[in-house]
Design a protein around this ligand. Sequence first.
Ligand SMILES: O=C(O)c1ccccc1NCC(=O)[C@H](O)[C@H](O)COP(=O)(O)O
Length: 301
Amino acid sequence: MKIPPFPIPLSLPRLSNYPTTNSHSILTRIVRHKQQEVVHMRRQQSFEEIVQWAEDMPICQDFARALCLKSDKSNSGFPSSRPSLIAEIKKASPSKGVIRENFNPVTIARAYEQGGATCLSVLTDSAFFQGSFANLWEVRRRVALPLLCKEFIIDAYQVYLARVAGADAVLLIAAILPEDKGQRLLSLIHSLGMQSLVEVHTLAELDRVMNWLPLDMVGINNRNLEDFRIDISNTQRLLAARREQLDRQKIPVISESGLDSPTALSMVSKAGASGVLVGESLLKKPDLEQAVKILLEFPKK
Ligand SMILES: O=C(O)c1ccccc1NCC(=O)[C@H](O)[C@H](O)COP(=O)(O)O
């Protein structure tokens, strides 16, 4: 394997340089910032070079398959099916500020792996989540689990960067991608050998992304990204409406955000989710390995 020159010396622009105000929704502010960030990164590191590095990367792991193999929908030892866990590595978030002061992405990744996580999600946004592509690359070098690049993707440049930093899968958020752009980015992700977790929050978004082909995984976000409200019954609602269609097309569903107990996992699993994406409730605990084990322990009958 040729080692790409990470960390690419990208000095990202400071949030305060851009004309966003608190009257805009957080998602609007993030997207405006991303637009500026992409312009800035393209100036610092040529697109052609990033493309070349991406083409030299080793083959990706099958993220969706890992999740489905681990999700145990038939194990009679458990009162309900057990979803597999994508454990998230994030230092801070717009809704919660700093979540974990003592933050070392590789130490966190190893603890998650020891605890029984199936895959990892690494926040790469720096302005709002205090993450980086270098964090993703560090985790890639030291931990074998399949990795999701958790970014606000609006441009091909970011997709190539995710591949160079070692991602196996990339998040696409329906709410920030008009239809043809979403499909174009999904096709690019596939052409680079990666998969995508396509995230929706509403039924209208779910119906829209069902036209993006081929879908690897759908994520149902329980967090409203406009106002931060969390409602884990969102997963049940959307699955109740479209489970048949998703099952028919064999598209695994991941429930995201606000999941903090085995009971919550059991709820979304019974609704049809094959996996869960969990960050904050784990990251708040001092012992992360133990926190994962406790979360994956389903309530006994
Ligand atoms: O978490 C936020 O405050 C946030 C704000 C705006 C856009 C996205 C945001 N979070 C991304 C996520 O959806 C979560 O990191 C992920 O689903 C894990 O959620 P949690 O377990 O609640 O940390």
